[in-house]
Write a protein that binds this ligand. Structure first.
Ligand SMILES: *Cc1c(COP(=O)(O)O)cnc(C)c1O
Length: 445
């Protein structure tokens, strides 16, 4: 790289990733193929609009990659962008059993905003999980733009020792507030929500759209380790592509319904959601799509369709369950008492009298990355909360198996214990480094 400063930082970041382990549950390591597509010449291209949707769910990859069809784009030169976006859409539909996919959202937040904008008017009510109980910022945090436009109301967990959601409360709030959207899907929740029950409640409210924000667990869904909300009648699934799904950073919106011409405004019905959403992404909330990222999404979706990805998803959950067990043996108090997915939320204040921020710094010091996190109804502030959040998508990609979780749990505990002992932290750092280098990044293979 000619730019010596940025070049050096990329090199140092590569070294950091090689010498440590990523435990942040929303991160992963992509393959060399995904990275190559992200760094490809598609970054030079403007492609506002959409490719033709003809044959998307019937044609195989070969035909999708070959056939040049008419499109609805605003710029010329789309012969390759059309084909690569068609591949990404078709593969996304295959993965999730959807009728339509919009692969253009720049991020998970953009995907959610586009869905709200497609279905709601200003002032409409949206029902989602309490942010302190695991909901995401985009589900109505007061600091967001969405919170200025829509009226967010909440449900929560009934019992944080089991993670059970308070479905009776959810139903009462839904019937009272008559939301236009019911959102299922969380950022810091380690159990499996009851999609059937949620769908039944949502359907009691007229005009309520069922939305599943599967940003964290999308890879587990396509790998067969988590229920697919479409099987319970959900209308829309949004997700990121970079968490358990292991693609480039980005967003994705999947829908059931009739795929229509995005140039024409359809009636506002659940059936027309695919078209309403396409219009809401572009031109509603975004400009030109990131075609290099869409190419990388196509690659990642192709990888997720392979049988190896099912093995991966299975191992992610196996590792998380084992890591949760090992942590409990060492005295960690876990919110919900364990995990059914890839994610663990531990109350380190209750466990060891240390706050999440201090724990994060000490654990970072030895080469393990995770994040401080509020626990439900936390008495401490968000920048110094009671908990830490961690997960296994990244380390499973690196090749760690359940037996390795014993060591990982011990290191986390040891770092917390040694948080004021620089010499001990340094010793642990060397151990983690030596261990991590035995598990190359997928892009190094
Ligand atoms: C991560 C996440 C998002 C946002 O994704 P970004 O790509 O960071 O914008 C949205 N919803 C949930 C539940 C998430 O976990």
């Amino acid at each position: 790289m000619v730019d010596e400063f940025v070049g050096k930082l990329i090199e140092e970041e590569l070294q950091r990733q090689r010498e440590g382990l990523e435990l942040i549950p929303s991160e992963n390591y992509v393959t060399a193929d995904v990275m190559a597509a992200t760094g490809s010449v598609f970054t030079n291209k403007y492609s506002e609009g959409y490719p033709s949707f003809e044959g998307l769910t019937e044609y195989g990859d070969e035909k999708l990659a070959e056939e040049v069809l008419a499109d609805r784009r605003y710029y010329g030169g789309q012969v390759n962008t059309n084909r690569v976006e068609r591949l990404a859409i078709a593969r996304a539909c295959r993965l999730f059993g959807a009728d339509h996919a919009n692969v253009q959202p720049h991020s998970g937040a953009q995907a959610n905003m586009a869905v709200y904008n497609a279905w709601c008017e200003e002032g409409d009510t949206i029902l989602g999980m309490d942010l302190g109980h695991g909901g995401h910022l985009t589900h109505g945090a007061p600091v967001t733009q969405a919170a200025k436009v829509y009226n967010f109301v909440r449900y929560g967990q009934k019992d944080i020792t089991t993670g059970e959601i308070d479905y009776d409360e959810l139903e009462a709030v839904a019937l009272k507030e008559q939301p236009k959207i019911l959102i299922v899907g969380y950022s810091a929740y380690s159990r499996i929500p009851n999609f059937k029950r949620m769908a039944e409640i949502g359907r009691k409210v007229e005009g309520c759209m069922l939305m599943a924000d599967m940003a964290h667990v999308a890879g587990l869904i396509v790998g067969g380790m988590h229920p697919n909300p479409f099987d319970y009648g959900f209308d829309v699934v949004t997700t990121t592509t970079h968490k358990t799904l292991r693609g480039p950073r980005g967003g994705l919106i999947l829908t059931k319904g009739v795929v229509g011409n995005p140039m024409r405004k359809p009636e506002k019905t659940l059936e027309n959601l695919p078209t309403l959403i396409d219009r809401s992404v572009f031109p509603g909330t975004q400009g030109g799509p990131l075609m290099h990222v869409i190419a990388a999404k196509a690659v990642a979706f192709g990888e997720a369709l392979r049988p190896e990805f099912r093995e991966y998803a299975k191992q992610v959950v196996k590792n998380a369950k084992r890591l949760a067990d090992e942590m409990q043996k060492l005295g960690f108090v876990l919110i919900s008492g364990g995990t059914d997915n890839h994610l663990i939320l531990a109350d380190v204040m209750k466990s060891f009298g240390v706050n999440g921020a201090e724990a994060e710094v000490a654990i970072d010091e030895i080469g393990l990355s995770l994040n401080k996190n509020s626990v439900p109804d936390d008495e401490l502030p968000p920048f110094r909360p009671s908990g830490i959040r961690l997960g296994t998508p990244g380390i499973t990609t690196r090749g760690l198996k359940e037996g390795d979780m014993v060591k990982v749990a011990q290191w986390i505990k040891a770092a917390i214990d040694a948080r004021e002992d620089d010499a001990e932290l340094k010793k642990l750092r060397a151990e983690v480094k030596e261990f991590s280098l035995r598990f190359p990044l997928p892009s190094d293979k």
